[in-house]
Design a protein around this ligand. Structure first.
Ligand code: PEP
Ligand code: MG
Length: 755
């Protein structure tokens, strides 16, 4: 049998007629399955709907399968071909369905006689709410146009499924989410702070009510006008707040502008309108694909870029439906905590920042563009908060902790009390730290300690001044590269480093050259799949094998520091010879620039990071080639204990305060003193007061940490007698205990040292 499709336009027109009749949803769905089966010359057309709560799929309407199976036959989440489609959120076309490993035979439906199968997910708001299937007895391959047509129809169906009739029927069976009672979610802290307030649900998607075009030409021109408006609007975004933001933020805006002109996206929109959808339905149809791709994308960078595209699609939808000026965005209540499934950077800018207390997102990591914008605006934020937008309702109370990632929806009185106290303490502590800003960081026994911050973006620079830090002890240059769309050119790199040096003023900045590889992936650089990326081809290893990238970066750094002192250090040095070669490249670039008339830095200090244990036994050879060294304790400890620093099961298993770890730190300090080489430590341990106390006790005089740690660490050291603490620590060096944490806490308590 040869199948023919009359095209989605005819089908959509018929569906419009069905939808226009005042009928119950079930009757509509029954008619729609018959229409689809006839239009696609299929013997079976069925709709399976996801039951909220359990995610089981219920056969809700069918033409061709036994009617006794409707509402009786169910597939568990992920079960059978239908469950497989719902899970993958992707269409599936098979000429021999029974041969597919996921096939599950449902005897009550009588489907055993059908060989070919085409199923598409029914998606709403990027979430699968059902599966639409057609089946035929003959073994046949469905054409791409048939699959496309079914997807378009599925989009319209998603709206019918979302109607209260269908949902109430499902909830009678399933366990619909309770939107009362308190709920606790642990997400990922994105921007530190504690916020108590009321939920403002961000509506990432405008509700489309007209799906099927009456006049395709008219829809085409509506779409074109809206696209012009969108592009103009996005161009204006940057002008609205000129010069207020940093260059990485400008980069975000540039990406948004670029997406608004993305040819592939615009072409898909026009194609969707040509199938007979209204302009807004076409945007939603293309958006559904983007969201499905987003859900499948495991590369965090690409996922973030798909979010940006989703953001632009929402903006276009708002223009098309006239919902553009949503009052709530500018007239927010004072204590608003915006809750969203996902949000693009441009959308966050629509909110009045002075009224925004917090932001909670279901899908967003700390490197996402929206997190960067939130940080720039100083808005407490939590990401990866699963299902939060389904669990919270407008106006309900909510508490978020941007440090721990905790979110409490409709918190109980007890929780509210605890957090009210936490906010008070947080504010009090911040005020205390701010007061200590100008007090010199000197221990009770008169040792001055250099407290510097770790940074990586322009937005980090104001923290230097606010925390009263000595300088930037670690500038992770790879962050600029990770946020860019392509490898930053010489001029872009140079300008970026210039603005960092200018922002830091007289304070020293230690630039670490690119530490890419391992978990730090540049999307535009093809990476090789490795068994053990953390100990693979990364950082200086990659840089020395492909010196062009490192040379370009060094050239940009050297020229950016014209007339100033440049401090540059290399990550993951494992052998002295690597340091020697890296240093030679610095000299080579100086000569290159000098020959071309560039002004060179007044002085260049070159350093190595101590992150690989083997280097500890080469210090006598290495130190003569370095002006300073910095311990990267995060990596050094993971390699010393052979314990992946990202592995949740290993977190806290080995302690940096173990005698073994502290002895290694002490060996390094001793070698540096002997060679008169400046030493600092810039791993996470420097930012914890107890660990910092141990380091100062060992004789460390310089440590670099996250800006928020400067206050607590300074408060600790002002009450510390480093000589006494050193003697105490060394007395415990030969202990067989796995950690000296307890005795150190005891020492701090005894001497009233605040931790
Ligand atoms: C370290 O390893 O301690 C370090 C500071 O570098 P990163 O955390 O960037 O690997
Ligand atoms: Mg490291």
């Amino acid at each position: 049998m040869v199948l023919q499709v009359q095209g989605p336009r005819v089908l959509l027109r018929r569906m419009r007629e069905v939808m226009a009749r005042p009928e119950a949803a079930q009757a509509r769905l029954d008619k729609i399955v018959s229409l689809i089966a006839a239009n696609m010359v299929a013997e079976v057309c069925s709709i399976y709907v996801v039951r909220p709560g359990s995610n089981d799929l219920e056969l809700f309407a069918s033409e061709g399968l036994k009617s006794s199976a409707v509402h009786k036959s169910t597939l568990l989440a992920g079960e059978g071909l239908v469950g497989f489609i719902a899970h993958q959120a992707e269409p599936l076309s098979l000429s021999d369905a029974q041969a597919h490993p996921a096939f599950k035979y449902l005897p009550e439906t009588g489907e055993e006689i059908y060989s070919s199968f085409l199923g598409v997910p029914i998606m709403r708001h990027g979430v699968v709410s059902g599966v639409l299937v057609v089946q035929n007895q003959v073994k046949r391959a469905y054409a791409e146009e048939e699959e496309e047509a079914l997807q378009t129809v599925a989009m319209v169906l998603a709206e019918v499924i979302a109607t209260p009739d269908v949902q109430s029927e499902l909830e009678a069976v399933g366990n619909g989410a309770e939107l009362t009672g308190s709920y606790h979610i642990t997400g990922e802290g994105l921007v530190d702070g504690v916020a108590l307030g009321h939920v403002v649900l961000h509506e990432p998607r405008v509700i489309v009510t007209r799906f099927i075009a009456e006049d395709v030409e008219e829809e085409r021109s509506r779409l074109d006008v809206a696209i012009d408006q969108l592009q103009a609007q996005v161009d204006q975004l940057a002008d609205r707040r000129p010069g207020q933001f940093s260059s990485d933020f400008e980069d975000v805006l540039e990406t948004v502008r670029m997406f608004a002109r993305d040819r592939g996206w615009l072409r898909k929109l026009r194609e969707a309108v040509a199938t007979g959808l209204t302009a807004e339905a076409a945007v939603e149809r293309v958006q559904s694909d983007t969201r499905a791709r987003m859900a499948r994308q495991s590369d965090p960078y690409l996922r973030e870029r798909l979010h940006d595209l989703d953001d632009i699609a929402n903006r276009l939808l708002r223009i098309l439906t006239g919902a553009e000026e949503k009052a709530s965005r500018t007239e927010l209540p004072k204590d608003s905590i915006v809750v969203a499934r996902t949000m693009g950077p441009a959308e966050l800018l629509d909110y009045d920042p002075s009224r925004l207390r917090g932001l909670v997102l279901e899908v967003a990591g700390s490197t996402s563009h929206v997190a960067i914008v939130a940080r720039a605006l100083g808005v407490t934020a939590v990401g990866s908060a699963r299902s939060v937008s389904d669990l919270a309702e407008d106006g309900q109370e909510i508490i978020i902790d941007g440090g721990s990632g905790d979110v409490h929806v409709r918190p109980s009185q007890d929780v509210q009390q605890v957090y009210t106290e936490k906010v008070r303490l947080y504010a009090k502590r911040q005020a205390q730290y701010a007061k200590m800003r100008d007090i010199p960081a000197v221990t009770l026994d008169g040792r001055h300690i250099d407290l510097s911050i770790n940074a990586g973006l322009m937005v980090d620079l104001p923290h230097l001044e606010a925390a009263g830090a000595q300088g930037i002890g670690l500038f992770r240059t790879e962050l600029q590269f990770m946020l860019a769309r392509r490898f930053p050119r010489f001029g872009e790199q140079k300008r970026f480093y210039e603005s960092i040096l200018q922002g830091a003023g007289d304070r020293p900045v230690v630039f670490r050259t690119l530490d890419i590889g391992s978990d730090k992936v540049l999307p535009y650089l093809t990476s090789v799949k490795e068994e053990n990326p953390a100990i693979g081809w990364r950082a200086i290893r990659m840089a020395l094998d492909r010196p062009a990238l490192l040379r370009l970066q060094l050239r940009a750094l050297i020229s950016a520091a014209a007339g100033k002192v440049l401090r540059v250090m290399f990550p993951m040095i494992s052998e002295t010879s690597e340091m020697v070669r890296a240093r030679e490249l610095v000299d080579l670039e100086c000569r290159f620039l000098e020959d071309r008339g560039y002004e060179l830095p007044r002085e260049i200090k070159v350093g190595a990071m101590i992150e690989v244990p083997a280097l500890v036994w080469q210090l006598d050879q290495l130190l003569p080639h370095t002006d300073f060294v910095s311990i990267g304790s995060n990596d050094l400890m993971q390699f010393m204990f052979a314990a992946d620093r990202q592995h949740p099961k290993l977190a806290g298993r080995y302690d940096v305060l173990s005698p073994a770890a502290l002895k290694v730190m002490d060996m390094i300090r001793e070698s540096c003193e002997r060679h008169s080489t400046a030493l600092t430590l810039c791993g996470e341990m420097a930012g914890s007061s107890l660990e910092a106390m141990a380091l100062i006790a060992l004789g460390f005089r310089s440590i670099s940490m996250a800006p928020t740690s400067i206050g607590p660490v300074k408060q600790m050291l002002l009450k510390l007698d480093s000589v006494k603490a050193g003697a105490f620590l060394r007395d415990h060096f030969d202990s067989a205990a796995p950690s000296l944490r307890e005795p150190l806490v005891g020492f701090a308590r005894q001497h009233k040292i605040p931790l």
